[in-house]
Design a protein around this ligand. Structure first.
Ligand SMILES: Cc1cc2nc3c(=O)[nH]c(=O)nc-3n(C[C@H](O)[C@H](O)[C@H](O)COP(=O)(O)O)c2cc1C
Length: 363
């Protein structure tokens, strides 16, 4: 467990800091990192309502599937004016397809295109996409350049430090990307080989910051508190911070980081009831998007994260994971509210970040 308490920091509080991605000015330096299956349209909307979010990104979208009009892909890019600014993350390996898809997305209204070079799963890397792109600098830079030239909106890249410790290509790639006009690069401070194991390599992220001239680098990995974010800023010199799993545990983290930046105070710390309110908002936004059946199935995926924080006990956890309709959800939410938090539950206390299970190649 870790408390959200702000650690003493070097920065004096001040006015809100923004982040510039090419011609796009983000309201804050804090972005929601894509988490396939979780950071969908309803979740993004619910998080945006809490404040502090500078940018959200869709989960990775296959450019081929997008051009073929796949129904699943249309769902991945579903959005509305309140869900802005939104970057769409693409993956693929074919330059023509990726340029065509980027142009299509620009017309669709995407605020930015984010190219996925971090995904470790076999389905993506076997065709040369995701983290496999980090292995061939020459062809990858040429591909990225063609996408930058195909659209007017900012193009960003999200990658890991490299394929493995012997191939830390991120600094070199980032330098090259800056030269061809990429607006920002997000670095998840692990290698593909590492998966989600071990710690984030802060020195590795700093090496990327030092390799570029002025392109913003967004530091990413394991951030779940103000102190984690401060460390990322102070020790890497990054311009912004990406938060994925930490936002599932604490969707208020973006607002809290902004509050801390401006006042030196954490600001709002959600109680148990606030967390139930958020869970309810999230569920009903899912219902609005796709109806009760879909919402319930999708929600079950997040059930584990809610249970980690609410600690409702085994039986209630099983009920959360079995929600099949809005009536089930309402009954679960009412029971949790009536029961109240478990003994020793403290607002602001967070569990460890969960790591995806199973072999890297199958996530
Ligand atoms: C379940 C899951 C799904 C993910 N999906 C994506 C994705 O679609 N695109 C991407 O670039 N990264 C994806 N990631 C990586 C995250 O964006 C992020 O880089 C990583 O989780 C480290 O940041 P965090 O510790 O803040 O979660 C995913 C990670 C997880 C755990």
């Amino acid at each position: 467990m870790q408390l959200l308490d702000a650690a003493p920091v070097a920065h004096a509080p001040g006015s809100p800091r923004t982040l510039q991605l090419g011609n796009l000015t983000l309201r804050s330096r804090y972005v929601l990192s894509p988490l396939a299956g979780y950071t969908n349209f309803p979740f993004r909307l619910a998080v945006r309502e809490l404040g502090g979010l500078g940018l959200a990104t869709t989960e990775l979208v296959s450019t081929r599937a997008l051009l073929l009009g796949s129904a699943k892909t249309s769902e991945f890019i579903e959005t509305c004016p309140q869900d802005a600014p939104l970057a769409v993350q693409i993956y693929g390996a074919d330059a023509r397809e990726m340029c065509d898809a980027s142009q299509w997305l620009e017309n669709y209204g995407a605020a930015a295109i984010d190219i996925n070079m971090g995904c470790p799963v076999n389905k993506v890397v076997k065709n040369g996409g995701g983290s496999a792109m980090m292995c061939n600098v020459g062809s990858t830079v040429a591909l990225v350049k063609s996408i930058v030239e195909a659209v007017r909106i900012p193009v960003t890249v999200k990658m890991r430090l490299g394929w493995d410790d012997l191939n830390l290509t991120a600094p070199n790639l980032a330098r090259e990307f800056e030269q061809v006009g990429v607006a920002a690069v997000t670095i998840h401070g692990r290698t593909r080989e590492q998966g989600f194991s071990g710690n984030v390599n802060i020195a590795g992220i700093r090496a990327v910051v030092e390799a570029v001239e002025s392109m913003p680098i967004i530091g990413n990995g394991d951030i779940r508190s103000i102190a984690d974010a401060q460390r990322m800023f102070d020790e890497t010199g990054c311009a912004g911070i990406g938060i994925g799993r930490g936002a599932l545990l604490n969707p208020w983290i973006f607002a809290q980081l902004c509050s801390f930046e401006q006042t030196g105070e954490l600001g709002f710390v959600p109680t148990y009831d606030h967390r139930l309110d958020f869970m309810t908002r999230h569920y009903y936004l899912l219902v609005e998007q796709r109806g009760e059946r879909y919402a319930s199935l999708t929600f079950r995926k997040c059930g584990g994260w809610y249970s980690k924080v609410l600690r409702p006990g085994k039986e209630m956890h099983q009920r959360i994971m079995a929600i099949a309709c809005a009536a089930d959800f309402d009954a679960v939410a009412e029971t949790l509210r009536a029961k109240g938090p478990p003994p020793h539950w403290k607002a602001g206390e967070l569990p460890e970040i969960a790591v995806p299970k199973g072999p890297i190649s199958h996530w």
